[in-house]
Design a protein. Structure first.
Length: 110
């Protein structure tokens, strides 16, 4: 059961443990027994989560069709091809023929 915030007109704010089915119903004040309406006084408790769980929520909330953004910036050697050239794994022989030592041996070069 969640804890909800209530504001008694006579006694002030208080918290009460209520079932979720009674989230909109007023609660009786523990001091004066008057009905007190529910109020939103605090933010959701997501700020008390650990960093890993908060990042997981952010990833899950991200739209699946939104474009991915490179976090490294333009000219990054790992994403945009700038800087060092990646090794293709192709072996060039002196006669001009190519070989792919790490590929499937039955593949023929064009």
């Amino acid at each position: 059961m969640p804890v909800y915030d209530y504001d008694c007109p006579a006694c002030g704010p208080f918290e009460a443990l209520q079932p979720m089915s009674a989230f909109a119903a007023p609660c009786t004040c523990p001091v004066c027994a008057a009905p007190a309406p529910r109020v939103l006084r605090t933010a959701p408790q997501i700020a008390n989560m650990d960093g890993g769980r908060r990042r997981a929520h952010a990833v899950n909330e991200k739209s699946a069709d939104s474009p991915r953004r490179a976090s490294h910036g333009p000219g990054c050697s790992c994403c945009s091809g700038g800087g060092q050239k990646k090794s293709s794994g192709t072996l060039y022989r002196p006669d001009g023929s190519k070989s792919f030592p790490k590929k499937r041996p039955w593949m023929i070069s064009h």
